[in-house]
Ligand binder design. Structure first.
Ligand code: NAD
Length: 322
């Protein structure tokens, strides 16, 4: 694999790991990112390793043009990420996650880019009628939030349209966890591990609802895998069928590794997502297998906390909403 690859949102949680994967693969990497969470340090580190940084907004035509010139692939990660962030500013979310995504696709096409990978989410599955039977890519989508609705909208535009010569592929990531250059502590595994290990009290709701998880490094490798396989017009769940957990399972795993903190299980109507996901397609068609498990990730985060790696792990820069 060679050539110039643009990673929109490349200074984000998954993005910085994707940049590493693509550098490893020998690609020239360009990041188009507005650094909305103040990740100048992440961008500087990437630049020091040879990544070209275009600090700009995907909604800005001039920034897109600068980043996409001469590129043969685009990995589109830039977004207002997560249910709370989208619910907090639906207008911005529409502009970035829908209009911005469409502008990226059109700009890629206009710049003769050959491949585009779109970051989607397993949240698209929403609440399943029987969450114990794993859902695959052909299953019914039932998005429960604006964030997931917008992902579904772009997926459908990509998979239902003809963007030739641009070839498109969607990855529905499981919920991501693990340590990365732009750390996020607003994701379930990361947040639960941090809070318990810091000795805080954790209130958990929906503890019996299923959800799949994938390590941030494996998520990044999934991007490289679809680019190298040159897949087109296809959607893949990105994760591992053995890595579906309930929150109650996560708590048990974390409590097996730290005796700090306490937990109570509470009733709340929020976040009724309940889905168990099959990742057989990406494994069978592309030979993609994850290397990390949730217990590995929990240990990695605890080690990072113990090493003081995050400064103040409660700092607002580790969240996508205040
Ligand atoms: N983290 C997860 O669990 C998860 C799961 C499924 C899908 N995804 C998807 O993966 C992608 C990356 O998510 P993440 O967890 O790395 O989130 P993140 O918030 O860390 O990364 C998003 C990046 O996009 C950038 N950005 C936001 N708006 C922009 C704009 N208008 N122009 C340019 N850059 C902009 C941000 O500065 C940030 O670097 C997103 O599309 C997200 O929806 C994430």
């Amino acid at each position: 694999m060679s050539g110039r690859t643009v990673v929109t949102g490349g200074a984000g949680y998954i993005g910085a790991m994707v940049c590493d994967e693509l550098l490893d693969a020998g690609r020239d990497v360009v990041v188009l990112d507005v650094l909305m969470h103040g990740q100048d340090d992440v961008a500087d580190d990437l630049a020091a390793r040879g990544v070209e940084i275009v600090r700009g907004d995907i909604r800005d035509a001039a920034a897109r043009e600068q980043a996409f010139a001469g590129a043969d692939a685009v990995v589109h990660l830039a977004a207002i990420v997560g249910d709370p962030a989208c619910a907090r500013d639906p207008e911005l979310s529409q502009e970035v996650n829908v209009e911005g995504a469409k502008a990226v696709i059109e700009a890629a096409r206009g710049a003769d880019v050959q491949r585009l990978v779109f970051a989607s989410t397993c949240s698209n599955y929403g609440r399943m009628s029987d969450p114990t039977v794993p859902i695959d890519e052909q299953g019914v989508l039932a998005p429960l939030s604006l964030y997931a609705e917008q992902k579904v909208q772009i997926e459908q535009a990509l998979l239902g349209g003809d963007f030739s010569p641009l070839k498109v592929c969607c990855l529905r990531f499981a919920t991501v966890y693990g340590v990365a250059p732009r750390m996020r502590f607003d994701l379930t595994v990361n947040e639960f591990t941090r809070d318990l290990h810091l000795g805080r009290h954790l209130e958990v709701f929906g503890e019996r609802f299923w959800r799949p998880y994938v390590h941030v490094g494996d998520a990044a490798r999934a991007v490289r895998t679809v680019l190298e396989a040159r897949m087109a017009g296809r959607v893949y769940n990105a994760g591992n069928s053995g890595e579906n957990y309930r929150k109650i399972d996560l708590v048990e795993i974390i409590q097996g590794r730290t005796t700090n903190g306490s937990v109570s299980f509470v009733e709340r109507q929020e976040d009724p997502r309940d889905y168990k996901v099959s990742f057989e397609r990406i494994s069978q068609e592309l030979g993609f297998h994850t290397t990390m498990t949730v217990p590995d990730g929990v240990s990695e985060i605890i080690d990072g906390l113990d090493a003081g790696r995050f400064g103040d792990p409660l700092d607002g820069r580790y969240r996508n909403t205040p």
